[in-house]
Write a protein that binds this ligand. Structure first.
Ligand code: ZN
Length: 406
């Protein structure tokens, strides 16, 4: 990569569109904000009590102590990622909300994993095309979690899972006579429970809390189908569960072992039907390609989205992946009303949105079947193979040494 590539107006995320006055004004404010946090981070003296220093900053700036602390920690984490830091110095495209998301997602990473994560974040957050959609804080956190799950195979598997913290389950009575139940699960367990609740509620025409109560009391049962995605051309490829994301090896294997149907999904990419409704296998392909609603920045999970016929079925638009894209109800309505419009790139699944102000923005699919996910899995697999080869070479050398000594 060269500085020329990054600075060229030919490639940029939309908040850095040099021809957009709104983007330029926002950039000025964002640079000033980033500069402020750089100054504050540099002013922190590691020899002095952090709480006292934060209190001084709070008094001087009027900002809340918690906000100051989380931003300073985010700046510290950025310092531990030299490649991303250099990119941020140059583009200043990540606001503090995104930097805090990076810090929070990396809080469980080992120091030894940071260089690989840094490399990946540099690759992923460097613009590669014009008018590219900039990933939001949640998408960035999801991407890092996926990285961690997959890169994490160097760590020993935990023998005994840690006990859940006390706050992982609680109930709060509200003033209006209602009550909230809170429970924390592993993501894959939560997705399964939530899917059962939604399925029962829809089947019986009852509310989701009612369905939840009936399931917990044993008064009802329901069957659900969860689609899992796993690459067949990569050995021990990780498993992706929609909404939960990439799963740890143990969780992925456990779920994959329960699978009742396995199907080749790639061939669906060119399938077409004359019917209006989408066949089940094609639906699984489109969900797996898109990941979320395809409107830029919208994070609604693909399984809660409608299938939008880009060219209307009544006007000859076919029911097939090249004409079907996931849109949440809100963005589907915007498109149907003609307030926004998109074109698609048949080669990579990108869609280009034409907005009411005459500008456009490119959205890349983010699901496990997207071109970006496939490239990324190949890269991770390449790194893993190289590491395994090194480990084998080391073990062989050690054996030779032991044999020579005996
Ligand atoms: Zn949407």
């Amino acid at each position: 990569m060269t500085a020329t590539t990054i600075c060229s107006p030919a490639v940029f995320h939309t908040p850095q569109n040099p021809d957009c006055a709104l983007a330029r004004a926002s950039q000025v404010a964002q640079r000033a904000d980033f500069h402020r946090w750089q100054v504050l981070a540099q002013a922190m003296d590691p020899e002095l009590d952090a709480d006292v220093q934060i209190a001084v900053i709070a008094k001087a700036t009027g900002m809340a102590s918690g906000y100051i602390q989380s931003n300073l920690v985010a700046m510290e984490t950025l310092n531990a990622l030299p490649l991303l830091h250099a990119l941020q110095e140059q583009l200043c495209h990540l606001d503090m909300h995104r930097l805090r998301a990076i810090d929070s997602a990396l809080s469980v990473a080992e120091a030894s994993q940071l260089p690989a994560l840094d490399e990946e974040l540099l690759r992923w957050l460097t613009p590669t095309k014009a008018h590219q959609s900039l990933p939001g804080a949640r998408a960035i956190a999801r991407h890092i979690r996926g990285q961690l799950v997959i890169i994490d195979d160097t760590l020993p598997e935990a023998d005994v899972p840690p006990p859940p913290p006390e706050w992982a389950y609680s109930m709060r009575i509200n003033d209006d006579g209602t009550a909230d139940l809170y429970a924390r699960f592993d993501a894959q367990e939560a997705v399964a429970i939530d899917s059962m609740v939604r399925a029962l509620a829809a089947a019986e025409g009852i509310s989701q809390p009612q369905a939840h109560a009936r399931l917990v009391s044993g008064d009802a049962q329901t069957r659900i189908t969860l689609n899992l995605y796993q690459a067949k051309d990569i050995p021990n490829a990780p498993v992706f569960l929609p909404r939960a994301g990439w799963l740890s090896r143990a969780a992925g294997n456990e779920l994959a072992n329960q699978a009742t149907t396995v199907r080749e999904i790639d061939q669906m990419s060119t399938s077409v039907t004359t019917a209006y409704s989408t066949p089940e296998a094609m639906e699984a392909f489109i969900e797996g390609r898109d990941g979320t609603c395809r409107f830029p920045g919208c994070g609604v999970s693909a399984e809660f989205c409608d299938n939008d016929h880009r060219i209307n079925h009544a006007e000859g638009g076919e029911t097939g992946p090249t004409n079907l894209f996931k849109l949440c109800r809100h963005h589907h309505n915007l498109k149907t009303a003609g307030r926004v419009f998109y074109l698609q790139d048949p080669h990579n699944g990108d869609v280009v949105w034409l907005l009411a102000d005459g500008t456009y923005v490119t959205d890349e699919p983010t699901g496990p079947l997207s071109a970006a996910s496939k490239r990324w899995l190949q890269t991770v697999n390449g790194r893993k193979s190289a590491r395994d080869r090194k480990a084998r070479t080391r073990a062989q050398a050690q054996k030779r040494e032991e044999r020579d000594q005996s």
